[in-house]
Design a protein around this ligand. Sequence first.
Ligand code: 5GP
Ligand code: ZN
Length: 112
Amino acid sequence: MFDCLFCKIAAGEIPSNKVYEDETVYAFYDIDPQAPTHFLVIPKDHIGSVAEVTPENAAVVAHIFAVIAKVARDLGLASYRVVSNIGEQAGQSVHHLHFHVLGGRDMTWPPG
Ligand code: 5GP
Ligand code: ZN
C-alpha cells in the first residue's frame, strides 16, 4: 500500500491540528512551527510536489491559493509568506505537495 504521511493526515488517519478542510483541500498547523503562525495547505489527492503539477491537476492548486487567502484573512494575517520546497536540495522532507504559510514575524530575503 502507498505510504504517505500527508495522505494519512488528510484522511484523518493521523491526527493533526486542522485549520481548514473541504472536499479537495486540507490545512493544518505545522508540527514544528517556524513562525508564530505556520500552517500547511495540501490537496487531499496525492501529488508529489509542484514538479508534478500538470494541466490535468492544476485546478486544485488554484483552489489551494484561494484557501490560503481565506485562512490567512480569518487568522488576521495581513502579511505572510507562502513557500513550497521541491526536491532534496530545496529541503522537501514530505513528498506530498504542500504550501507552507508563515506569518506573525519579520521575514528576511533571500531565504536560507
Ligand atoms: P518540507 O520540509 O517538506 O518543506 O515540509 C514538511 C513540513 O511538514 C515540515 O515543516 C514539518 O515540520 C511538517 N511535518 C512533518 N511531519 C508532520 C506531522 O506529522 N504533522 C504535522 N502537523 N506537520 C508535520
Ligand atoms: Zn500523499
